[in-house]
Write a protein that binds this ligand. Structure first.
Ligand code: UTP
Length: 289
């Protein structure tokens, strides 16, 4: 039986430049989607998939993330005194959901470098990586789907989605051979290719299962596109040592780190809200657009 995956790394030390100036002093991961910060949705997905320990890779200006998942003593006392029990339970649940630990990426040297920063804490086990601005809406949590694939293919697994040719240049793109329903053996990966150079329209998104051998690969990865140590380049090195698979997950993904993607997610999640979804729908329908 392959090892269970219980640790998840959340790289959250990037600058969030696509969302400036909103992300100048507050983290992109704390942007609010209807009633919860983005990162909470993704931590909840991880917990629902069986993750027991979350390793957050943070940098300057990211304290709000730590505070959000910590006990808020004064706030809890205040809610208790005012008899706001439902809110109190919710606030306490966030801090108790899972074990958190934090490592600091002193310089934003790239996603691959952020993952490498978590090496000490992750140790020698396979682990998950989740990006806090990829919000996935699915019946079965996306990471859980990947863990099921891992039971049959106990190697690194990259979540992929189909994108249009014009969009491939925003993603890492795989060259793959289909080996199972929704599962590909990865033969190559290219970071942000021009549409004419893309090996497919299968784009890597922000969910990964990685074997610990990725760390040695990342150590040997030279800065690539944008002068950053790219996770995709590390995965290419890893492929020289062991197989890597890709999985076409079932569900809808929102790139909430992008302004338009964030707005679309807000509308979709807003419409589904039990308390005011119907009123919101009515409002949208009343707009003369
Ligand atoms: P992005 O490519 O989305 O970069 O990083 P970003 O800085 O967050 O946002 P933009 O593109 O400039 O708007 C992908 C993920 O990797 C993390 C980011 O926090 C994000 O979750 N990351 C990136 C790091 O943790 N460290 C880095 O050095 C770079």
């Amino acid at each position: 039986m392959p090892k269970m995956i219980t640790k998840a790394v959340f790289p959250a030390a990037g600058f969030g430049t696509r969302f400036l100036p909103a992300t100048k002093a507050s983290p992109k991961e704390m942007l609010n989607l209807v009633d919860k910060p983005l990162i909470q949705y993704v931590v909840e997905e991880a917990v629902a998939s069986g993750i027991e320990e979350v390793v957050l890779v943070t940098g300057r200006g990211k304290r709000a993330i730590e505070d959000h998942f910590d006990v808020a003593f004064e706030l809890e006392e205040d809610l208790k005194a005012k008899g706001k029990h439902a809110l109190l339970t919710e606030v306490q649940r966030i801090a108790e959901m899972v074990t958190f630990c934090y490592v600091r990426q002193k310089k934003a040297l790239g996603l691959g470098h952020a993952v490498l920063t978590a090496r000490r804490v992750v140790g020698d086990d396979p682990f998950a990586v989740l990006l806090g601005d990829d919000i996935i809406d699915s019946e079965v949590p996306a990471l859980k789907q990947m863990m099921e694939v891992y039971q049959k293919y106990p190697f690194s697994i990259l979540a992929i989605q189909e994108v249009s040719r014009s969009e491939v240049s925003q993603y890492g793109v795989i060259d793959g051979r289909k080996v199972d329903d929704r599962v590909y053996e990865v033969r190559g990966v290219v970071e942000k290719p021009a549409p004419e150079d893309a090996p497919s329209n299968l784009a890597i998104i922000g969910r990964y299962i990685l074997t610990p051998e990725i760390f040695t690969a990342l150590e040997n990865t030279k800065p690539g596109k944008g002068g950053e140590i790219q996770l995709t380049d590390g995965i290419r090195l890893l492929m020289e040592k062991q197989p890597v698979y890709a999985y076409l997950f079932k569900g809808d993904r929102h790139d909430a780190g992008d302004k338009l993607g964030f707005l679309k997610a807000t509308v979709q999640f807003g419409l589904r809200n039990e308390e005011f979804g119907a009123a919101f729908k009515e409002y949208l329908q009343s707009l003369k657009i």
